[in-house]
Design a protein. Structure first.
Lengths: 256, 248
């Protein structure tokens, strides 16, 4: 029993220690990001990687989620004769919750893993040391452009996810189940509160910042060659997704 | 120019440096020899401020770099060049961007001017016309030479070489040694070379120092090292299996 308590205690201390280090990295990223010069070339490259390159998979996910939502909502609403509200449910679910969270999860998987692997490989092959010997701050050079690119591209991806998801719901509601076009659109708009949309986008900005900070941290602390990079990549994705889900709950409590 | 005074460093229970003291004069090529894992590279990383000692003092250009902040350290690092053991070229950049990295990041020079310097430095290391290649397209020897071109691109005052000839064939190793010597003569650099390749050490050293058990146990000219009566140094330089150094 004592051994178990000791192990749990050690895990908690290690977790808190890691949380402190990640917070410290976040602070350094923000401070370095405010200093000149700003690496525009890297920033644009990262925006393309996080935004443009991720858009196809986000679109695919959104359209299917929208279609499933539309399908299930229609079946449930039909029981009580409220099937015209299918669009309302699809729109509200996507903008308030599913669009931001699922986009953040997809980006965590795709960008979180590549960020941790890229920086981790640079760490174990002494490329980070090489940057420092050439008087270049690795946080400013590697983490800052990624951080700001994530802050900007996550909300944009989410807007796309929301619109494409709603279109998926529309296809099912209107084309498959025959809800009238005008009613579907009108009911969707009626239940869309601009504040909810903005809150959903605020969430994604925070998700993006947390996800990229965690991924950079895991990369910067990778050690021990290929195996270490693999471990860093896995834990970056797991921790990023967990953080997205926990912070989603907390942000929902705060924002709504 | 570089004064290392009683430097201690450990990683957990493993004490790597146990009071290293060494002075490196301006314009000198100091070769630090010692067994693999004895702390040679760790010492090099202390000199350029990549690691901080637990105890002791390191003076570079009359600054105690153990007490300097990261910003101050960056100013000092601009006067250094370093060749890493595995070259440490940036995977995502091509050869020209690697060699010109410092100039792109820290000067206002125009791109064509930087490219002219890049070509010049690549020519100096015997690699013309490879500017557009990616590090993954290069052989081990080519990577090392590109790493060397990168290290000298910004005309540093001090250049550090971490195992410059390890993993190279004897001819390429001899070429690298020749190159280090030529750079030394042409540019009057202060060089610090870490190696356990004795052929290389004798070929390039003005002075040599041996690390053993976390301390500098012998310093001298190549001739003095060759003729030392210290049995540990003798065993190491002759590569003998018999002697006071116990094999791991």
């Amino acid at each position: 029993m004592g051994y178990l308590v000791e192990r749990i205690g050690k895990k908690i201390i290690a977790g808190l220690d890691e949380l402190g280090r990640i917070t410290s990295l976040l602070q350094q990223i923000i401070v370095q990001g405010l200093k000149k010069p700003f690496n525009t070339k890297h920033f644009v490259q990262q925006m393309v990687k996080i935004g443009v390159d991720t858009l196809p998979i986000v679109s695919l996910m959104s359209i299917f989620v929208g279609m499933v939502l539309g399908y299930l909502a229609y079946l449930q609403f039909k029981i009580v004769g409220l099937e015209m509200y299918t669009g309302s449910l699809v729109a509200a679910s996507l903008t308030m919750e599913l669009g931001p969270v699922l986009t953040a999860i997809i980006v965590s998987g795709r960008i979180g893993s590549s960020t941790a692997a890229e920086i981790g490989t640079m760490k174990v092959t002494e490329q980070i040391d090489a940057l420092r010997t050439m008087a270049t701050d690795p946080i400013k050079y590697l983490a800052v452009p990624r951080f700001y690119a994530a802050l900007i591209m996550l909300p944009i991806l989410t807007v796309f996810a929301d619109i494409i998801g709603m279109f998926g719901g529309y296809m099912i509601g209107v084309w498959k189940f025959g809800i009238r076009h005008q009613i579907y659109i009108q009911k969707s708009i009626d239940f869309l509160d601009p504040i909810d949309i903005i809150n959903g986008l605020v969430k994604t900005i925070i998700f993006g910042g947390l996800m990229i900070t965690i991924s950079c941290y895991k990369g910067f602390t990778a050690s021990g060659g290929a195996e270490g990079v693999g471990q860093a990549t896995t834990s970056a994705v797991v921790l990023s997704i967990m953080t997205v889900l926990v912070s989603d709950y907390l942000l929902t409590m705060i924002l709504y | 120019m570089i004064n290392i005074i009683d430097v201690w460093k450990g990683f957990g229970p493993n004490k790597v440096l146990k009071g290293v003291t060494l002075k490196i004069e301006k314009g000198q090529t100091m070769v630090i020899i010692g067994r693999s894992g004895c702390g040679k590279s760790v010492l090099l990383k202390h000199i350029i401020g990549l690691m901080k000692p637990e105890r002791g003092k390191i003076e570079v250009f009359d600054n105690d770099i153990t007490r300097i902040n990261e910003q101050g350290m960056q100013t000092i690092r601009k006067r250094f060049g370093m060749l890493f053991q595995g070259a440490a070229l940036f995977d995502s950049l091509n050869v020209a961007e690697n060699v010109g990295f410092f100039l792109f990041e820290h000067t206002n020079m125009k791109k064509n001017e930087i490219m002219r310097i890049v070509s010049e430095k690549l020519k100096l290391v015997g690699l013309s016309g490879v500017e557009h290649l990616m590090p993954s397209d290069l052989s081990g020897g080519m990577k090392k030479r590109v790493g060397l071109a990168r290290a000298i691109a910004a005309s540093p005052e001090i250049i550090m070489y971490d195992e410059p000839t390890t993993g190279l064939d004897p001819i390429l190793a001899a070429n690298i040694n020749k190159l280090i010597k030529e750079l030394q003569n042409k540019l009057s650099l202060t060089s610090i070379v870490v190696t356990h390749d004795m052929t290389s050490a004798y070929a390039i050293a003005d002075r040599m120092a041996m690390i053993y058990d976390g301390k500098i146990i012998e310093v001298g000219t190549p001739e003095e090292i060759r003729n030392t009566s210290n049995p540990i140094v003798q065993q190491f330089i002759t590569g003998s299996a018999e002697g006071p150094i116990i094999s791991d």
